[in-house]
Design a protein around this ligand. Sequence first.
Ligand code: BDP
Length: 325
Amino acid sequence: MWPNAPRAWALAGLLALACANVGAQTKLRAWNIHPDGYPVTQALQSFTDEVGKATKGRYQIEVFSNATLGDQPKAVQMLKSGEVDVAEFSSGPLSDAVPGLKALNLPFLFTDSAHMFKHLDGKLGERFAAKLQTAGFVVLGWYDGGGRSFYCANRSVGSFKDLAGARIRVQQSEVYIEMVKLLDATPVALPFKEVLGALQQGSVDCAENNMPSFESTGHYKVARSVYVTNHVVSPEALVVSSKLWASLSAEDKEAFRAAGAQSATYMRELWNKRVASAIDIATKQGVQFVRVKDVAPMVRRMAPLYRKYMDDPSTREELLAIIGN
Ligand code: BDP
Protein backbone atom coordinates (compact mmCIF):
# COMPACT_ATOMS: atom_id res chain seq x y z
CA MET A 1 0.00 0.00 0.00
CA TRP A 2 2.61 2.50 1.15
CA PRO A 3 4.91 2.28 -1.90
CA ASN A 4 1.98 3.28 -4.14
CA ALA A 5 0.84 6.23 -2.04
CA PRO A 6 2.75 8.99 -3.91
CA ARG A 7 1.28 7.74 -7.21
CA ALA A 8 -2.21 7.75 -5.75
CA TRP A 9 -1.74 11.29 -4.51
CA ALA A 10 -0.44 12.40 -7.88
CA LEU A 11 -3.44 10.82 -9.63
CA ALA A 12 -5.83 12.47 -7.22
CA GLY A 13 -4.10 15.79 -7.88
CA LEU A 14 -4.41 15.39 -11.63
CA LEU A 15 -8.05 14.47 -11.30
CA ALA A 16 -8.73 17.57 -9.20
CA LEU A 17 -6.97 19.72 -11.78
CA ALA A 18 -8.94 18.19 -14.64
CA CYS A 19 -12.22 18.79 -12.80
CA ALA A 20 -11.24 22.39 -12.13
CA ASN A 21 -10.46 22.92 -15.82
CA VAL A 22 -13.79 21.58 -17.01
CA GLY A 23 -15.54 24.54 -15.43
CA ALA A 24 -12.70 27.05 -16.02
CA GLN A 25 -13.95 30.37 -17.31
CA THR A 26 -11.97 33.14 -18.88
CA LYS A 27 -13.53 36.54 -18.52
CA LEU A 28 -12.74 39.05 -21.27
CA ARG A 29 -13.48 42.74 -21.72
CA ALA A 30 -14.83 44.30 -24.91
CA TRP A 31 -14.54 48.04 -25.59
CA ASN A 32 -17.33 49.79 -27.47
CA ILE A 33 -18.00 53.48 -28.04
CA HIS A 34 -21.69 53.25 -28.94
CA PRO A 35 -24.89 53.10 -26.85
CA ASP A 36 -27.34 50.23 -26.42
CA GLY A 37 -29.40 49.45 -29.49
CA TYR A 38 -26.78 50.84 -31.93
CA PRO A 39 -25.90 48.36 -34.73
CA VAL A 40 -22.30 47.98 -33.47
CA THR A 41 -23.49 47.27 -29.92
CA GLN A 42 -26.02 44.70 -31.09
CA ALA A 43 -23.49 42.98 -33.33
CA LEU A 44 -20.91 42.90 -30.53
CA GLN A 45 -23.50 41.35 -28.25
CA SER A 46 -24.25 38.67 -30.83
CA PHE A 47 -20.49 38.03 -31.15
CA THR A 48 -20.10 37.54 -27.40
CA ASP A 49 -23.19 35.29 -27.24
CA GLU A 50 -21.85 33.11 -30.07
CA VAL A 51 -18.40 32.83 -28.50
CA GLY A 52 -20.04 31.87 -25.20
CA LYS A 53 -22.15 29.19 -26.88
CA ALA A 54 -19.40 27.78 -29.09
CA THR A 55 -16.92 27.51 -26.20
CA LYS A 56 -19.58 26.17 -23.81
CA GLY A 57 -19.18 29.14 -21.54
CA ARG A 58 -15.39 28.89 -21.23
CA TYR A 59 -15.03 32.41 -22.67
CA GLN A 60 -17.27 35.10 -21.27
CA ILE A 61 -16.99 38.52 -22.83
CA GLU A 62 -18.42 41.55 -21.09
CA VAL A 63 -19.18 44.50 -23.40
CA PHE A 64 -18.37 47.94 -21.95
CA SER A 65 -20.36 50.35 -24.11
CA ASN A 66 -20.43 54.15 -24.38
CA ALA A 67 -16.61 54.42 -24.18
CA THR A 68 -16.78 53.85 -20.41
CA LEU A 69 -13.28 52.33 -20.56
CA GLY A 70 -11.88 55.44 -22.28
CA ASP A 71 -11.94 57.19 -25.62
CA GLN A 72 -11.05 55.47 -28.88
CA PRO A 73 -7.39 56.51 -29.31
CA LYS A 74 -6.78 55.35 -25.72
CA ALA A 75 -8.70 52.11 -26.31
CA VAL A 76 -6.62 51.40 -29.44
CA GLN A 77 -3.54 51.46 -27.20
CA MET A 78 -5.30 49.39 -24.52
CA LEU A 79 -6.12 46.69 -27.03
CA LYS A 80 -2.61 46.72 -28.44
CA SER A 81 -1.16 46.18 -24.97
CA GLY A 82 -3.78 43.53 -24.12
CA GLU A 83 -5.47 45.62 -21.38
CA VAL A 84 -8.75 45.07 -23.19
CA ASP A 85 -9.31 41.92 -25.20
CA VAL A 86 -11.95 42.77 -27.79
CA ALA A 87 -12.97 46.06 -29.43
CA GLU A 88 -14.76 47.61 -32.37
CA PHE A 89 -12.79 50.48 -33.89
CA SER A 90 -13.31 52.99 -36.64
CA SER A 91 -10.52 52.89 -39.21
CA GLY A 92 -9.83 56.57 -38.40
CA PRO A 93 -8.09 56.24 -35.01
CA LEU A 94 -6.92 52.73 -35.87
CA SER A 95 -4.91 54.04 -38.79
CA ASP A 96 -2.92 56.30 -36.51
CA ALA A 97 -1.64 53.12 -34.83
CA VAL A 98 -1.27 51.23 -38.12
CA PRO A 99 -0.29 53.75 -40.83
CA GLY A 100 -0.76 51.21 -43.64
CA LEU A 101 -4.49 51.60 -43.01
CA LYS A 102 -4.55 55.28 -43.88
CA ALA A 103 -5.59 54.48 -47.42
CA LEU A 104 -8.98 53.48 -46.01
CA ASN A 105 -9.69 57.01 -44.79
CA LEU A 106 -9.01 58.85 -48.01
CA PRO A 107 -11.96 60.94 -49.16
CA PHE A 108 -14.00 59.73 -52.13
CA LEU A 109 -12.04 56.49 -52.39
CA PHE A 110 -14.98 54.10 -52.10
CA THR A 111 -18.21 55.08 -53.79
CA ASP A 112 -20.38 53.25 -51.25
CA SER A 113 -20.37 50.40 -48.74
CA ALA A 114 -20.92 47.76 -51.45
CA HIS A 115 -17.79 48.98 -53.26
CA MET A 116 -15.85 48.96 -49.98
CA PHE A 117 -16.89 45.43 -49.01
CA LYS A 118 -16.13 44.14 -52.49
CA HIS A 119 -12.52 44.87 -51.58
CA LEU A 120 -12.54 44.18 -47.85
CA ASP A 121 -14.21 40.80 -48.19
CA GLY A 122 -11.47 39.79 -50.63
CA LYS A 123 -7.69 39.90 -50.97
CA LEU A 124 -7.39 43.52 -49.93
CA GLY A 125 -9.19 42.83 -46.66
CA GLU A 126 -6.68 40.08 -45.97
CA ARG A 127 -3.83 42.49 -46.64
CA PHE A 128 -5.19 45.10 -44.28
CA ALA A 129 -5.84 42.39 -41.68
CA ALA A 130 -2.23 41.21 -42.01
CA LYS A 131 -0.97 44.75 -41.40
CA LEU A 132 -3.19 45.01 -38.35
CA GLN A 133 -2.08 41.64 -37.02
CA THR A 134 1.58 42.66 -37.18
CA ALA A 135 0.66 45.66 -35.02
CA GLY A 136 -1.22 43.60 -32.40
CA PHE A 137 -4.82 43.65 -33.71
CA VAL A 138 -6.47 40.47 -35.00
CA VAL A 139 -9.42 41.27 -37.27
CA LEU A 140 -12.44 39.02 -36.85
CA GLY A 141 -14.90 41.04 -38.93
CA TRP A 142 -15.25 44.17 -41.02
CA TYR A 143 -18.19 46.29 -39.92
CA ASP A 144 -19.81 49.12 -41.87
CA GLY A 145 -18.75 52.67 -41.02
CA GLY A 146 -21.03 54.02 -43.74
CA GLY A 147 -20.64 57.31 -45.56
CA ARG A 148 -19.69 60.37 -43.52
CA SER A 149 -21.06 63.85 -44.23
CA PHE A 150 -20.53 67.33 -42.79
CA TYR A 151 -23.09 68.98 -40.54
CA CYS A 152 -23.10 72.39 -38.90
CA ALA A 153 -24.80 74.39 -36.19
CA ASN A 154 -25.70 78.01 -36.97
CA ARG A 155 -24.39 77.77 -40.53
CA SER A 156 -26.16 76.37 -43.54
CA VAL A 157 -23.96 74.54 -45.97
CA GLY A 158 -24.86 74.16 -49.62
CA SER A 159 -21.35 73.91 -51.01
CA PHE A 160 -17.99 72.83 -49.62
CA LYS A 161 -16.95 76.46 -49.91
CA ASP A 162 -19.39 77.24 -47.07
CA LEU A 163 -17.15 75.17 -44.80
CA ALA A 164 -14.23 77.57 -45.24
CA GLY A 165 -13.25 79.20 -41.96
CA ALA A 166 -15.36 76.79 -39.88
CA ARG A 167 -13.99 74.94 -36.87
CA ILE A 168 -14.76 71.35 -37.73
CA ARG A 169 -14.55 68.51 -35.23
CA VAL A 170 -12.63 65.51 -36.54
CA GLN A 171 -11.53 62.17 -35.16
CA GLN A 172 -7.98 61.96 -33.86
CA SER A 173 -6.68 60.80 -37.22
CA GLU A 174 -4.16 62.35 -39.58
CA VAL A 175 -6.07 61.99 -42.86
CA TYR A 176 -9.17 63.68 -41.42
CA ILE A 177 -7.09 66.57 -40.11
CA GLU A 178 -5.42 67.02 -43.50
CA MET A 179 -8.74 66.80 -45.33
CA VAL A 180 -10.33 69.59 -43.26
CA LYS A 181 -7.29 71.84 -43.75
CA LEU A 182 -7.63 71.41 -47.51
CA LEU A 183 -11.17 72.77 -47.19
CA ASP A 184 -9.68 75.96 -45.67
CA ALA A 185 -11.32 75.04 -42.38
CA THR A 186 -9.81 74.41 -38.94
CA PRO A 187 -9.75 70.80 -37.74
CA VAL A 188 -10.49 70.28 -34.05
CA ALA A 189 -9.69 66.74 -32.88
CA LEU A 190 -12.08 65.87 -30.05
CA PRO A 191 -13.25 62.65 -28.41
CA PHE A 192 -16.58 61.43 -29.81
CA LYS A 193 -18.39 61.91 -26.51
CA GLU A 194 -17.39 65.58 -26.32
CA VAL A 195 -18.74 66.61 -29.71
CA LEU A 196 -22.31 67.32 -28.63
CA GLY A 197 -21.15 69.70 -25.89
CA ALA A 198 -18.72 71.40 -28.26
CA LEU A 199 -21.48 71.98 -30.83
CA GLN A 200 -23.81 73.30 -28.13
CA GLN A 201 -21.22 75.66 -26.71
CA GLY A 202 -20.06 76.77 -30.14
CA SER A 203 -16.45 75.75 -29.60
CA VAL A 204 -16.85 73.91 -32.90
CA ASP A 205 -19.15 74.96 -35.75
CA CYS A 206 -19.40 71.66 -37.57
CA ALA A 207 -18.59 67.97 -37.33
CA GLU A 208 -18.75 65.09 -39.74
CA ASN A 209 -20.07 61.58 -39.28
CA ASN A 210 -22.34 58.90 -40.65
CA MET A 211 -26.10 59.31 -40.18
CA PRO A 212 -26.57 56.68 -37.42
CA SER A 213 -23.96 58.47 -35.25
CA PHE A 214 -25.36 61.89 -36.18
CA GLU A 215 -28.68 60.69 -34.81
CA SER A 216 -27.64 58.46 -31.85
CA THR A 217 -25.46 61.20 -30.33
CA GLY A 218 -28.19 63.83 -30.63
CA HIS A 219 -25.91 66.01 -32.81
CA TYR A 220 -28.87 66.50 -35.11
CA LYS A 221 -30.64 68.49 -32.39
CA VAL A 222 -27.94 71.18 -32.62
CA ALA A 223 -26.44 70.83 -36.07
CA ARG A 224 -29.42 71.46 -38.27
CA SER A 225 -27.72 71.65 -41.65
CA VAL A 226 -26.27 68.52 -43.25
CA TYR A 227 -24.19 68.70 -46.38
CA VAL A 228 -24.53 65.18 -47.77
CA THR A 229 -21.09 64.49 -49.20
CA ASN A 230 -20.41 60.89 -48.07
CA HIS A 231 -16.84 62.12 -48.34
CA VAL A 232 -15.43 59.18 -46.43
CA VAL A 233 -16.86 55.69 -46.78
CA SER A 234 -14.77 53.57 -44.48
CA PRO A 235 -14.91 50.34 -42.54
CA GLU A 236 -14.79 49.62 -38.85
CA ALA A 237 -13.14 46.52 -37.47
CA LEU A 238 -14.02 43.97 -34.83
CA VAL A 239 -10.63 43.11 -33.37
CA VAL A 240 -9.14 41.03 -30.57
CA SER A 241 -5.72 41.51 -29.05
CA SER A 242 -2.78 39.41 -30.24
CA LYS A 243 -2.25 38.50 -26.61
CA LEU A 244 -5.70 36.89 -26.38
CA TRP A 245 -5.30 35.33 -29.82
CA ALA A 246 -2.01 33.66 -28.89
CA SER A 247 -3.65 32.11 -25.83
CA LEU A 248 -6.48 30.43 -27.78
CA SER A 249 -6.46 26.80 -28.93
CA ALA A 250 -6.91 26.17 -32.66
CA GLU A 251 -10.48 25.11 -32.00
CA ASP A 252 -11.29 28.22 -29.98
CA LYS A 253 -9.73 30.43 -32.67
CA GLU A 254 -12.15 28.85 -35.11
CA ALA A 255 -15.06 29.59 -32.77
CA PHE A 256 -13.99 33.24 -32.43
CA ARG A 257 -13.53 33.58 -36.20
CA ALA A 258 -16.96 32.11 -36.98
CA ALA A 259 -18.62 34.34 -34.38
CA GLY A 260 -16.82 37.39 -35.83
CA ALA A 261 -17.91 36.59 -39.38
CA GLN A 262 -21.54 36.09 -38.44
CA SER A 263 -21.57 39.27 -36.34
CA ALA A 264 -20.23 41.27 -39.31
CA THR A 265 -23.04 39.99 -41.54
CA TYR A 266 -25.57 40.84 -38.84
CA MET A 267 -24.07 44.31 -38.32
CA ARG A 268 -24.27 45.17 -42.01
CA GLU A 269 -27.97 44.23 -42.11
CA LEU A 270 -28.73 46.31 -39.04
CA TRP A 271 -26.70 49.19 -40.46
CA ASN A 272 -28.75 49.76 -43.57
CA LYS A 273 -31.97 49.92 -41.55
CA ARG A 274 -30.41 52.30 -39.05
CA VAL A 275 -29.19 54.69 -41.77
CA ALA A 276 -32.75 54.97 -43.07
CA SER A 277 -34.29 55.46 -39.63
CA ALA A 278 -31.65 58.03 -38.61
CA ILE A 279 -32.37 60.16 -41.70
CA ASP A 280 -36.08 59.80 -41.03
CA ILE A 281 -35.79 60.93 -37.40
CA ALA A 282 -33.62 63.94 -38.30
CA THR A 283 -35.86 64.95 -41.21
CA LYS A 284 -38.95 64.83 -39.00
CA GLN A 285 -37.15 67.10 -36.56
CA GLY A 286 -36.62 69.67 -39.31
CA VAL A 287 -32.95 69.01 -40.17
CA GLN A 288 -32.08 70.32 -43.65
CA PHE A 289 -30.21 67.95 -45.96
CA VAL A 290 -28.43 69.35 -49.03
CA ARG A 291 -26.96 66.74 -51.35
CA VAL A 292 -23.67 67.56 -53.03
CA LYS A 293 -24.42 68.01 -56.74
CA ASP A 294 -20.98 67.56 -58.21
CA VAL A 295 -18.16 66.14 -56.11
CA ALA A 296 -15.50 66.93 -58.72
CA PRO A 297 -14.45 70.35 -57.30
CA MET A 298 -14.14 68.86 -53.81
CA VAL A 299 -12.17 65.91 -55.14
CA ARG A 300 -9.80 68.32 -56.91
CA ARG A 301 -9.23 70.10 -53.59
CA MET A 302 -8.09 66.80 -52.13
CA ALA A 303 -5.38 66.34 -54.76
CA PRO A 304 -2.45 66.91 -52.33
CA LEU A 305 -3.80 64.11 -50.13
CA TYR A 306 -4.00 61.66 -53.02
CA ARG A 307 -0.47 62.59 -54.11
CA LYS A 308 0.87 62.16 -50.59
CA TYR A 309 -0.58 58.70 -50.06
CA MET A 310 0.20 57.53 -53.59
CA ASP A 311 3.83 58.42 -52.95
CA ASP A 312 3.79 56.62 -49.61
CA PRO A 313 4.97 53.01 -50.02
CA SER A 314 2.83 51.90 -47.07
CA THR A 315 -0.43 52.87 -48.83
CA ARG A 316 0.36 53.02 -52.54
CA GLU A 317 -0.37 49.44 -53.59
CA GLU A 318 -3.69 49.27 -51.78
CA LEU A 319 -4.76 52.58 -53.30
CA LEU A 320 -3.91 51.39 -56.77
CA ALA A 321 -5.87 48.19 -56.22
CA ILE A 322 -8.95 50.15 -55.12
CA ILE A 323 -8.76 52.86 -57.76
CA GLY A 324 -8.49 50.28 -60.54
CA ASN A 325 -11.68 48.53 -59.40
C1 BDP B 1 -18.51 56.86 -35.46
C2 BDP B 1 -17.67 55.62 -35.32
C3 BDP B 1 -16.87 55.70 -34.04
C4 BDP B 1 -16.05 56.96 -34.03
C5 BDP B 1 -16.97 58.15 -34.24
C6 BDP B 1 -16.21 59.48 -34.23
O1 BDP B 1 -18.49 54.48 -35.29
O2 BDP B 1 -16.04 54.58 -33.93
O3 BDP B 1 -15.40 57.11 -32.84
O4 BDP B 1 -17.68 58.00 -35.43
O5 BDP B 1 -16.44 60.30 -35.08
O6 BDP B 1 -19.21 56.81 -36.67
O7 BDP B 1 -15.40 59.66 -33.31
